[in-house]
Design a protein around this ligand. Structure first.
Ligand code: ADP
Ligand code: MG
Ligand code: MG
Ligand code: MG
Length: 397
């Protein structure tokens, strides 16, 4: 901590020049490297550096929230992001930026630069994303959810990893507060919404005792169900694509938790996009269906392949596995529904809102989309325990 300093572009140039493997990757003279800031999230500084040969992406933690210097924040989130990348590389290495270097004094990650890729949220809003990206995300989650779980490895190997991620307190706290608490609290200064159009619905959400009980159950699931290593922030701004090459970025919120949390955030963001941008609504439904199909296919294949795996002692066999898979998919879907619901509400009235609503043609259209999002979100949360299939989830629309 004591030697930490926030790197300005010229500091970054000198830093990279002093790392032979990174300087070689960039190529040419350091004074010719182009450095461009691309920070767009709430938390960190991100720079793309390109040389005559190649490029790298540098992400550094700041001692505060990037968009609010008065909100102090520990630096260690970069360590959790680097650890997440290392843990999942064996399973989905082709779907993440390659980790090139991690500096634990500067809390600096140097990774593969995804040049020519676009952030999915922006690509959706501009109408230039190619359909089919959700199958890649389903595969990503199918692999990470299975391979980091207790079903794929000896508990002696999983437990220390779970323990390490359990220290990601600052960002777990953000999730508990910003997603799972604040939007339901009257007078919380971190909430804001389109007023007066949403006033009545916000008042209703913040007075709804049954809803608060259901959100309380989701808080408990989030904190007390360490099923697998989660990304923890899997919204459409944490995905980059170039054609059909789809990469997941920004794993700093990683923790062991319920698998339906990642899938729920992702699906919640597709549902929000479909409401904000009605000409994409059918497309987003198809993406959700394809996501779920791909997730189930990969997850089932992997579990079947591990029935006779030396490291795990499964008591299942070819006959008992199918019913067990159905049971577990029904359980995932209940969590997905609930977490999609809280995501839809917090992205509409909470601290970190989404640019998708800027797509609405005028203020009344925006208010309509936001009201729909709050109502769909509420239904998903209240009905979550009854939702076991993707058709059941889509019926809430
Ligand atoms: P934050 O945690 O602050 O949200 P992100 O990891 O989401 O930071 O990165 C912020 C932005 O930087 C992304 O939206 C994307 O535009 C860009 N970015 C992040 N990682 C890469 C990368 N490996 N290659 C190219 N651009 C990237
Ligand atoms: Mg981000
Ligand atoms: Mg971002
Ligand atoms: Mg982030």
């Amino acid at each position: 901590m004591k030697d930490y300093r926030t790197l300005a572009p010229e500091d970054l140039r000198a830093y990279l020049a002093a790392q032979p493997s990174l300087a070689e990757k960039l190529g040419g003279s350091p004074s010719d490297w182009a450095i461009r800031e691309v920070s767009d999230g709430n938390l960190n500084n991100v720079y793309l550096v390109s040389g005559s040969f190649g490029g790298v992406c540098c992400k550094q933690s700041l001692p505060h929230v990037r968009v609010d210097p008065s909100w102090r924040m520990p630096l260690d989130r970069a360590a959790f992001e680097a650890r997440y990348l290392r843990c999942i590389t064996p399973y989905v290495g082709h779907q993440i930026p390659k980790l090139l270097h991690y500096d634990d004094v500067l809390f600096l990650i140097v990774m593969e630069s995804l040049t020519g890729y676009q952030v999915l949220r922006g690509a959706l809003n501009e109408g230039i994303a190619q359909p089919g990206f959700s199958a890649r995300i389903g595969e990503y989650l199918g692999h990470t959810a299975f391979h980091t779980s207790w079903l794929a490895r000896r508990f002696e190997d999983v437990a220390p990893e779970m323990a390490a991620f359990s220290h990601n307190h600052a960002l777990i706290r953000i999730t508990v507060d910003l997603i799972l608490t604040d939007p339901y609290r009257k007078g919380c200064s971190r909430n804001h919404w389109l007023a007066p159009e949403l006033d009545d619905l916000v008042e209703a959400l913040q007075s709804d005792k049954a809803l608060h009980v259901a959100v309380g159950h989701l808080q408990e699931r989030f904190l007390s169900a360490p099923e697998a290593l989660l990304h923890g922030d899997l919204h459409t701004g944490s995905i980059m694509l170039r054609g059909d090459d789809v990469r997941v970025i920004d794993g700093e919120f990683a923790l062991y938790g319920p698998v339906g949390f990642d899938a729920g955030l992702y699906i919640g963001n597709l549902l929000l996009h479909g409401l904000a941008c009605p000409e994409h609504a059918d497309w987003m439904r198809d993406e959700i269906i394809e996501f779920w199909r791909a997730y189930k296919t990969i997850y089932s294949e992997q579990r079947r392949a591990y029935l006779n795996h030396g490291d795990v002692q499964s008591l299942l066999d070819e006959n008992t596995l199918p019913r067990e898979l159905t049971r577990s998919f029904h359980g995932f879907m209940k969590d997905i529904a609930g977490f999609a619901g809280v995501e839809m509400i917090r992205r509409t009235i909470g601290y970190a809102q989404i640019s998708d609503y800027d797509r609405c043609v005028d203020r009344p259209a925006r208010a309509d989309a936001m009201r729909d999002a709050l109502q769909v979100g509420r239904s998903l949360i209240l009905e979550a325990r009854q939702i076991e299939t993707v058709e059941g989830l889509l019926a809430m629309l």
